[in-house]
Design a protein around this ligand. Structure first.
Ligand SMILES: [Zn+2]
Length: 287
């Protein structure tokens, strides 16, 4: 990884190599950089207008030189020239507060035991993280806890319900994930208001496809999780630009593998921008 920032445009003036997260660049050689050079295809960086990784994010991914961080023409965007105050080169972690809804002895899908269900959730998060890592999204999820909630009323819900989960199911500063059995009225696998700070991300273990109830594989659950995380962090289906291979495409197709889905740089920037700006939930980011 070689990321060099320069105080002035056109890679001129004082410079420094960025090898770690810089929480506050005040007083550094290239404080408020005007240009940046990234030499490795695996380089990824988040630039923020304020210290402490706040104030809007500019996301750069891949080998490139941005000769003027303030000019869209020169590869910079959103007026970032000479205002960058902090830089991130390692992922943010979002803590997951996972609730699995049960109905008596029944677990979602065909999961036979709570031990099994926990294993599924862990595997799904692992798959989603591997995907985000491969995309260089500088974003990872971490399971804070998994709790089983016996609530037959919420076991099968409609996509338009489920907004009023008990407040005890939520945990401040974490992303509340609720796994139910089935959205009984719709052929959908997940439901997340956009952006849903303060609301839960809801996933179902079973989905109705062409009238047939289908138990989702871990891979399909992982696709759902990343898609819903996208909604949670502000992405609409429109950001998929009608590309059915994009992770935010609102498809009924459940045959794809996660690694085949695209997640565009603009989408990552939007997600990171949401994390950077929403002060109410900034503690979502485990730093
Ligand atoms: Zn969606």
């Amino acid at each position: 990884m070689t990321i060099t920032i320069f105080h002035d445009k056109e890679c001129k003036g004082a410079s420094q190599t960025v090898t770690r997260d810089l929480r506050d660049m005040k007083g550094m050689a290239a404080d408020k950089p005007g240009s940046i050079r990234m030499s490795d295809v695996r380089d990824a960086a988040l630039l923020f207008k304020n210290d402490d990784w706040h104030g809007g994010a500019l996301y750069l991914n891949g080998a490139q030189t941005v000769t003027d961080l303030g000019s869209a023409k020169a590869g910079g965007r959103f007026g970032f020239g000479n205002v960058v105050r902090s830089i991130r080169v390692t992922p943010f972690f979002v803590n997951l507060n996972v609730s699995i809804v049960t109905s008596g002895d029944d677990l979602p899908g065909i999961w036979p035991t709570t031990w099994w269900a926990e294993g599924v959730v862990k595997d799904v998060v692992e798959r989603a993280n591997a995907y985000l890592l491969a995309q260089n999204a500088l974003l990872q999820m971490e399971i804070a806890r998994i709790t089983f909630r016996d609530d037959p009323k919420q076991f099968n819900i409609s996509g338009t319900e489920g907004w009023a989960f008990p407040s005890a199911w939520k945990n401040r500063g974490e992303l509340d994930v609720i796994v139910v059995n089935h959205f009984a009225k719709e052929g959908k696998a997940g439901r997340t208001p956009r952006p849903c700070f303060g609301q839960a991300l809801v996933m179902a273990a079973k989905v109705t496809i062409d009238g047939v109830d289908t138990v989702l594989t871990n891979e399909l659950l992982a696709i759902t999780l990343v898609h819903e995380l996208g909604h949670y962090l502000g992405l609409s289906h429109g950001t998929a630009n009608k590309d059915s291979n994009n992770i935010m495409f609102p498809d009924g197709s459940t045959t794809d593998v996660l690694s085949g889905k695209s997640l565009w740089k603009d989408q990552i920037r939007e997600m990171q921008d949401r994390l950077a700006n929403n002060l109410a939930r900034k503690s979502d980011r485990k730093e």
